[in-house]
Ligand binder design. Structure first.
Ligand SMILES: [Zn+2]
Length: 89
């Protein structure tokens, strides 16, 4: 028996957030490090600072959670994984 353990690292965010980012939201660059995300209830501004993404919505600013707006921007930039990652221990 092999002692190697293989498992998949889950995608960041929830199913609902990723679906929302993929299907509903639109993303337009505002400057080199900021994006306007629209298509939801209201428009939001996502800013990249020191390699981190910040959004002006409640979930991101107040609850410090990953929001669908940031997911959308990262999807556009090709930085957001679209498949679970296989991790071998
Ligand atoms: Zn947001």
């Amino acid at each position: 028996m092999s002692k190697k353990v293989q498992y998949y690292k889950a995608l960041p965010g929830t199913n609902r957030q990723r679906g929302r980012a993929r299907n509903l939201l639109k993303c337009a660059p505002k400057s080199q490090e900021s994006w306007i995300v629209s298509g939801g209830e209201s428009e939001h501004l996502v800013i990249k600072r020191n390699g981190q993404y910040y959004c002006d919505c409640y979930a991101s600013e107040t609850e410090k959670k990953l929001c669908s707006h940031v997911i959308k921007v990262q999807m556009e930039l090709g930085e957001f994984p679209t498949q679970p990652i296989l991790v071998t221990k």
